[in-house]
Write a protein that binds this ligand. Structure first.
Ligand code: NAD
Length: 352
């Protein structure tokens, strides 16, 4: 007999090709008359194009979003938002721009929209991670959930292959942990499985043909579903490990997920047989952890934390941090096992 609690999402989602043309009407639908546009320095040109589309509704552009949402950048952006009297926020780009939008919303209450251009999925979650000094803290705040997300597949065509691959595996990690989440529900399980199917189908095609529109559409669709999973059910050891490592060593976000995922799946496998069976089905293989390791490797994703800048001397301290806070995981988190897992991930060895 099934027993579950399901939380639905309230974000309006528009998906397709050329959908960026909808942005002015979506801003208008939220009552936006002076929208602040956010992006990273690498995407100011795209932001300028969307700004032109918005005409006088664009109050200004803040193009200094960076990964991990440092509070000093947020404070500068909030001051700018106030100086141009913004009444809404439009984030264009990946998780860096979108999380800056959430950080502004947490401080000002401004409604947000996004045009996502990576597969990170931040646009579908009420999660706000912020960095102060070297410390990254994460909160779930319902008030930072976006009102509207416009997915335009065309905007992902420029995402470099290497970034597309690790960003895609980052999305797969949300889906994997949703399959065995403590509060998983039948809808989340279906979305997670569908996300894995779409991403395992599309990423190898994109690796060969980055401008394949169908594959790009499939990958973004999978990323939306995976992001929705991340936003609706709790994550476990994998996200904890990536969060701790990212915070201490400022490791690149998506790459860290790509390296760590097979190792956590190997650890959790014995405690989550239903999830493992769904991963194996998506990979059309016979082993979830080994299959993910091989899949990410074939995509050219990095395999070793040492190649991302983590020092070997950090393993001990990180294992302690990962084990310290109590949080749910399908298999109880054991310090010795986490140290062994980190050691293998650091060296780039296969999961076991
Ligand atoms: P990112 O936003 O930093 O983007 C990576 C780089 O790719 C940037 O330089 C960006 O300008 C560029 N880029 C993005 N889209 C492009 C495109 N289509 N074409 C060309 N270049 C493009 O990376 P990300 O992995 O999307 O996001 C990482 C950040 O998001 C981290 O800070 C992470 O903590 C956060 N995140 C938060 C959540 C959440 O729910 N709170 C979820 C996932 C990620």
């Amino acid at each position: 007999m099934k027993t579950f609690v399901h939380r639905g999402q309230i974000t309006k989602v528009a998906f397709g090709s050329g959908t960026r043309s909808r942005v002015p009407e979506e801003v208008d639908a939220l009552g936006g008359r002076r929208v602040l546009v956010l992006c990273t320095p690498a995407q100011v040109e795209l932001a300028a194009q969307i700004g032109d589309q918005l005409g006088a509704t664009a109050a200004g552009t803040f193009g200094e979003a960076v990964p991990h949402t440092p509070v000093e950048v947020t404070e500068k952006a909030v001051a700018y938002a106030r100086s141009v009297r913004s009444d809404s926020v439009l984030a264009i780009g990946g998780g860096s721009a979108i999380c800056l939008g959430k950080a502004i919303a947490a401080r000002t209450g401004l409604p947000q929209l996004a045009l996502p251009t990576t597969y990170a999925g931040a646009e579908m979650t009420p999660i706000l991670g912020e960095t102060e000094g070297r410390r990254k803290t994460t909160r779930r705040l319902p008030e930072v959930l976006l009102k509207t997300v416009v997915y335009d597949v065309d905007l992902t065509l420029t995402l470099p292959v290497a970034v597309s691959m690790v960003s895609g595996v980052n999305a797969m990690a949300h889906a994997v942990e949703a399959l065995y989440a403590q509060d998983r529900d039948p809808v989340a399980f279906l979305m997670a499985g569908e996300a894995l199917d779409a991403l395992t189908r599309s990423l190898p095609v994109i690796a060969r043909r980055p401008d394949d529109g169908e594959a790009r559409s499939d990958a973004l669709y999978g990323a939306w579903l995976a992001g929705t999973c991340l936003g609706t059910v709790g994550m476990a050891l994998h996200h904890k490990v990536c969060h701790v490592l990212g915070g201490t060593f400022a490791l690149p976000h998506a790459e860290t997920h790509a390296v760590v995922l097979p190792h956590v799946v190997a650890y959790n496998g014995p405690a989550a047989p239903e999830a493992m069976a769904r991963i194996v089905q998506a990979l059309a293989g016979d082993d979830a952890a080994g299959g993910l390791f091989d899949f990410a490797g074939r995509l050219g994703a990095p395999r070793a934390l040492r190649d991302l800048g983590m020092p070997e001397s950090g393993i001990e301290q990180e294992a302690e941090l990962i084990v310290r806070d109590g949080y749910w995981n399908p298999r109880p988190v054991d310090g010795t096992a986490v140290r062994a897992l980190l050691t293998r991930a650091w060296a780039g060895e296969p999961p076991s």
